[in-house]
Design a protein around this ligand. Structure first.
Ligand SMILES: [Zn+2]
Length: 264
């Protein structure tokens, strides 16, 4: 059931009987030359479509934008910045809370949103609600370790194939290995922020075009992705979220939030 599709009396009835709501959040940002800018929004939206068929939890409209400062220079990327994202997410969650939501499930498609979701979650714990952060691409690693991947790599490429294979630009999906820009002969770039020197990882804060040109980071090479992988991963993940939400409905908030030595 979609919040955007129901009337206010139906919403009133829902919140009288239920305290759980599911909200997607994504990002519009570079995902390598082969994948759409909306990857982190398209995948959660597809998961929501699958979840809606099996769950009665109310689904609020997805927030399509996120915080993605390091990817901002890539054409088409839209970065809300952490402060604005916090204000936006806080306000949306606050409104849902005012209507009666206490178990707020946030289906997230983008790593850069994590800190903001955590911040909002801490604020609403004080008000007697629980925010659950469902980072789909991390959860799937536990569902099948073979699905483990990074930004713009095989896992996300398979995810987009599971949404719609025609969203991939196959001309740009080449065997070319990922080329990182090292800082010196000895300080080797290994990830978004990570460099390695004498076997130790150090974080150097740089925007991604200074790290690699293509914009995917992996380490899983996107050419390994298949449509079958994408379909299986998305349906497994959606089914898991449906099950998890059913179990989470049983959580006693009073007990879960005040069951500590400080009575906080
Ligand atoms: Zn992504």
């Amino acid at each position: 059931m979609r919040l955007a599709n129901i009337t206010w009396p139906k919403a009133q009835k829902y919140f009288k009987e239920n305290d759980m709501v599911l909200l997607g959040i994504g990002s519009i940002e570079c995902h390598g030359r082969h994948m759409p800018l909306g990857t982190d929004t398209l995948i959660p939206d597809k998961l929501l479509e699958l979840i809606e068929k099996k769950s009665d939890v109310l689904i609020a409209p997805t927030l399509p934008y996120g915080a993605c400062e390091s990817l901002k220079p890539y054409p088409g990327t839209i970065d809300l910045g952490s402060e604005l994202l916090y204000q936006l997410l806080y306000r949306v969650v606050e409104n849902l809370y005012d209507h009666g939501a206490r178990k707020i499930m946030i289906l997230n498609g983008h790593g850069g949103n994590i800190k903001t979701i955590e911040r909002v979650g801490m604020e609403f714990e004080k008000k007697g609600a629980i925010v659950v952060m469902l980072n789909w691409w991390l959860m799937t690693w536990d569902m099948n370790p073979a699905w483990k991947g990074g930004h713009g790599g095989a896992e996300e490429t398979a995810g987009v194939m599971g949404v719609d294979p025609s969203l991939i630009d196959y001309d740009e999906l080449t065997d070319e290995p990922l080329k990182f820009k090292d800082l010196t002969d000895e300080i080797k770039t290994t990830h978004f922020r990570n460099v390695e020197y004498k076997g130790v990882t150090v974080e150097v804060i740089r925007t991604t075009p200074n790290v690699t040109d293509n914009g995917w980071i992996g380490p899983d090479h996107p050419t390994k992705a298949t449509v079958e992988w994408g379909n299986e991963m998305l349906s497994t993940c959606a089914d898991y979220i449906v099950d998890f939400m059913e179990e989470f409905k049983k959580v006693d908030l009073q007990k879960a939030l005040h069951n500590n030595q400080f009575g906080y």
